[in-house]
Design a protein around this ligand. Structure first.
Ligand code: IMP
Ligand code: MG
Length: 189
C-alpha cells in the first residue's frame, strides 16, 4: 500500500498487482469451499469487473458456469440517478446458486438494484463479491458477502476501474490525479 508510481496521472497506488494476485486466490478458495457440488453461476458485471473476474475464475477449481450483465452508473465522474441495465443474463437463475462480481461497491445502488431484480427470479442463493469497497460513499445500505479491499472515498482507476473508459488496463488500483478530470472539464468548456 501507499506505493508511488511513475505515471503522473496516478497520485498513489492503493492496491498493487501482488495484492490483487493474493486477493483473487483467496476469493477463488472461498468459491471452491462454499460451492463444491453446486455448479454455481458466477456473474460478472461488465465492464469493470472483467480483470478481477477473469483472475478469480482462472483460479476456481470446482465446476461452475459464467454469465454477464452490464450496468451503467457513471458518465465520467458524474453519477447517474439510477443504474441502467444495458445487458441482461442469457439464462434463467431459478434454482441456481448465483454469485455476482463487481470491481467496486460505491453508493451500493448497483448491487442493491441487481439484488432486487435477481431475487424476483428465485435463485437458490444469491451472493455479492466486490474487489473494493468505498464504504464512506454509500447512498443505500449494502454489504458485500465478500469484499477484498476497503478503500477511501476517492476516484480510483485500474484493474477494470475506469475514468471515461480509460485506465482499465492498469495492473494495479490507484487514485486518479484530479488534474486528469480538471483538464478534461476545461476542454469541454
Ligand atoms: P455503485 O452503484 O455506486 O455502488 O457503483 C458501482 C459502479 O460505479 C462500479 O461498478 C463502477 O463502475 C463505478 N464506480 C464507482 N466508483 C468508482 C471509482 O472510483 N472508479 C471507477 N469506477 C467507479
Ligand atoms: Mg461498473
Amino acid at each position: 500500500m501507499n506505493k508511488q508510481t511513475k505515471d503522473k496521472r496516478i497520485t498513489k497506488i492503493l492496491i498493487s498487482a501482488k495484492d490483487l494476485e493474493l486477493a483473487t486466490t483467496k476469493v477463488a478458495q472461498w468459491i471452491d469451499k462454499n460451492y463444491k457440488g453446486k455448479n454455481p453461476l458466477l456473474v460478472s458485471i461488465l465492464k469493470g469487473s472483467i480483470p478481477f473476474f477473469a483472475k478469480v475464475i482462472s483460479k476456481v477449481t470446482i465446476d461452475m458456469e459464467i454469465d454477464f450483465v452490464a450496468y451503467k452508473s457513471y458518465t465520467g465522474k458524474n453519477k447517474m440517478e439510477h443504474p441502467k441495465m444495458e445487458i441482461d443474463l442469457k439464462q434463467s437463475i431459478k434454482g441456481r446458486h448465483v454469485v455476482v462480481f463487481d470491481d467496486i461497491c460505491d453508493s451500493g445502488l448497483t448491487f442493491a438494484f441487481i439484488k432486487k431484480v435477481f431475487t424476483k427470479r428465485h435463485p437458490t442463493s444469491l451472493k455479492f463479491v466486490s474487489m473494493c469497497d468505498k464504504k464512506a460513499a454509500r447512498q443505500v445500505p449494502f454489504k458485500s458477502d465478500y469484499n477484498c479491499f476497503d478503500i477511501p472515498n476517492e476516484w480510483v482507476v485500474g484493474f477494470g476501474l475506469d475514468y471515461n473508459e480509460c485506465f482499465r488496463n492498469l495492473p494495479y488500483v490507484g487514485i486518479l490525479s484530479p488534474s486528469v478530470y480538471q483538464k478534461q472539464t476545461k476542454h469541454k468548456k
